[in-house]
Write a protein that binds this ligand. Structure first.
Ligand code: VGL
Ligand code: ZN
Length: 203
């Protein structure tokens, strides 16, 4: 079976949010248009406690963009975002949430970040997404969302490594682009690892 994975389509990643992704709201219409074509739709939700170790505000003297260590791996520091139960952590209000079958929350452990929908960044803790997909006999994944260069990138990498056939919907993704070109480089890396890249009109 083929499932759709919607990555972090949340207010704080919209142009009006705390960790803005340029044109991030453009992915909502793409997600809404494609969801009815899938037997299973899973949405990931970045879900941090206020004391999360990826927030620059929790480290004296640090600023967003600094690179530190968290959970034994390199960590970019971010503005506070997607704090549990806040409006910024909610899905975009225009997202057709009635079509979402399961929500997988990630990033709740203050001691490690979780970009991928499958594992924390230290690859020690599993979110349960792999088991959920296995229970539903899913072998093909179609992935879109935010942000191309972080959570989409990590989710696609793990999905390919776990053996799923993976298609990334390019017009359904937008990048943070801390450095210009990060999003394009992330797409190239996903393709090199074995993911197919397609637009929503091609699928
Ligand atoms: C994300 C940075 C921090 C993402 C989440 O959804 O791509 N990026 N937390
Ligand atoms: Zn986050």
């Amino acid at each position: 079976m083929r499932a759709m994975i919607l990555v972090d389509i949340q207010n704080d990643f919209m142009p009006f949010g705390a960790l803005p992704v340029g044109d991030g709201d453009a992915v909502v219409a793409v997600a809404n248009a494609l969801m009815p074509r899938f037997g299973l739709v899973v949405a990931t939700q970045d879900w941090h406690p206020a004391e999360h170790g990826s927030f620059a505000s929790n480290r004296p003297g640090a600023a967003p963009g600094d690179i530190v260590e968290l959970g034994g791996v390199a960590q970019v520091l971010w503005p506070d975002h997607c704090v549990q139960t806040t409006p910024g952590a909610s899905f975009h209000s225009a997202l057709d949430v009635a079509r979402i079958d399961h929500v997988v929350r990630k990033g709740a452990d203050p001691g490690v970040d979780s970009y991928s929908g499958f594992f924390d960044n230290d690859h020690r803790t599993d979110t349960g997404l792999g088991d959920l997909l296995a229970r539903n006999a899913v072998d093909e994944l179609v992935i879109l969302g935010l942000a191309t260069d972080y959570c989409v990138r990590a989710t696609v990498r793990d999905a390919v490594a776990l053996g799923f056939g993976v298609t990334v919907i390019t017009d359904g993704c937008r990048a943070v682009d801390v450095e210009a070109g990060d999003g394009e480089r992330a797409f190239a890396a996903m393709r090199a690892e074995g993911a197919r890249l397609m637009t929503s009109s091609e699928i």
